[in-house]
Design a protein around this ligand. Structure first.
Ligand SMILES: *Cc1c(COP(=O)(O)O)cnc(C)c1O
Length: 404
């Protein structure tokens, strides 16, 4: 069972009943070509040498595995380690995947990169690597998101990308995803579609997971060096699920390592305002794959709600749907106010301002670590830094004064 998890997906991209390639006929040849190219790159040592050189000198890897001494003492239970991917160039784990995919695009001779973005984080990471490799870059973004995320829109433009507003539907992430797929079909020859999480049609979920698995591969080696043994528990926030898969993958074959993915509970999973696709969604098709999605009774996609813009993807990567169904990983949620409290806690205990996304993982840590033995080891993926979130947080402080 465990090794089967590691070997997944099958050749058609299925993780059990999830994943696959649910796309228009016209897209199939592109996906097959991409898959062939990816399989070739994966087996080519020079691809990985290039990836590692960029990781070392451009991203700033390996990221430290940091023993959070004061956090551990304050919680009074398990020993807590933070995998510090917030120290990467551009401030999160997203750059790992973007560097890997831009190298694939280059191998394929593509000169034009497209992507969609919701909060703008993936758009910024994509614009960054496109600039680094001198490629044209077009980012689809919902018109409503363009208004809400002005600083990231400015960053993308500074990096030389064109940001195209999407006004169809609600003018948010899922509409931008449709628009990007449409662009891809009509500009097949020169275009590479760079997806930012472990979602989309096969081979994207497996490709993004493999590129992000550098996080867990490093963490596994680092914890063995520090502690001489594997951790008891891994915790990571789940939006689409790429930072979580990145940490989890290298440990899936270790039956004694437990794992928790934390979704955005918004104002509570019993309200309509959350983004907990695994806890509260139903299986369906979104973004070219079958997975858990937030939908209403008629099967219309529901907008996710969360304090953290990076977690409000209305679906989740198909491998997480499978890992939940197989029982290998547990999925929980943290509310906006729990995440805010955790955000503040890490800042004052460790002098690290986390992004609001990993603050959801920290909220779960705060619940679970005190009840564990002092011998137990937890690794939490600190996948992003909080500079981007200070204005959101400051607005919330004004309405939530008892918190601060
Ligand atoms: C985008 C983002 C996420 C959510 O995406 P995943 O694919 O679930 O990792 C989480 N944290 C940060 C910092 C992000 O930028």
């Amino acid at each position: 069972m465990q090794t089967q998890n590691v070997a997944m997906p099958d050749v058609d991209g299925f993780f059990g009943q999830f994943g696959g390639r649910f796309v228009a006929e016209t897209l199939m040849p592109l996906l097959l070509k991409l898959d062939a190219e990816w399989q070739e790159a994966k087996a080519d040592p020079s691809f990985w040498q290039h990836f590692e050189a960029m990781s070392l000198r451009y991203i700033g890897r390996p990221s430290p595995l940091y023993y959070a001494e004061r956090l551990t003492a304050a919680l009074g239970g398990a020993r807590v380690y933070l995998k510090r991917d917030e120290l990467n160039h551009t401030g999160s784990h997203k750059i790992n995947n973007c560097v890997g995919q831009i190298l694939i695009a280059q191998r394929m001779g593509k000169r034009r990169i497209i992507a969609e973005t919701g909060a703008g984080q993936h758009g910024v990471a994509t614009a960054t690597v496109a600039a680094r490799f001198g490629l044209q870059c077009i980012i689809y973004m919902g018109a409503k998101d363009i208004e809400r995320q002005a600083p990231n829109v400015f960053r993308m433009r500074l990096l030389g990308a064109e940001v195209r507003p999407v006004t169809s539907g609600n003018g948010t992430l899922k509409d931008a995803m449709n628009e990007a797929l449409r662009d891809w079909v009509s500009n097949i020859d020169e275009t590479y579609y760079l997806i930012g999480t472990v979602a989309g049609p096969h081979p994207y979920p497996e490709m993004v997971r493999t590129l992000q698995s550098v996080i867990g591969t490093e963490a596994r080696k680092q914890i063995l060096e520090h502690e001489g043994r594997l951790p008891n528990l891994l915790i990571a926030a789940v939006g689409g699920g790429s930072n979580a898969m990145g940490l989890f993958h290298a440990f899936l074959g270790d039956p004694d390592v437990a794992m928790i993915g934390v979704e955005a509970g918004g104002r509570g999973v019993d309200t309509d305002e959350h983004c907990a696709s695994l806890s509260k969604g139903r299986p369906g098709v979104l973004h070219g794959n079958r997975t858990y999605i937030l939908q209403d009774l008629d099967g219309q996609i529901r907008e996710g709600q969360s304090i953290s813009a990076g977690l409000d993807y209305p679906g989740v990567g198909p491998e997480h749907a499978w890992l939940r169904e197989s029982g290998r990983v547990s999925y929980k949620s943290a509310t906006d106010s729990e995440a805010l409290e955790a955000f503040k806690f890490l800042a004052t205990e460790e002098g690290i301002i986390p992004a609001l996304e990993p603050s959801h993982a920290l909220a779960e840590l705060i619940k679970i670590a005190p009840g564990m033995s002092a011998e137990a080891i937890i690794i939490l993926n600190l996948c992003g830094r909080g500079d981007k979130d200070i204005f959101t947080v400051s607005t919330l402080i004004e309405s939530n004064e008892e918190l601060f």
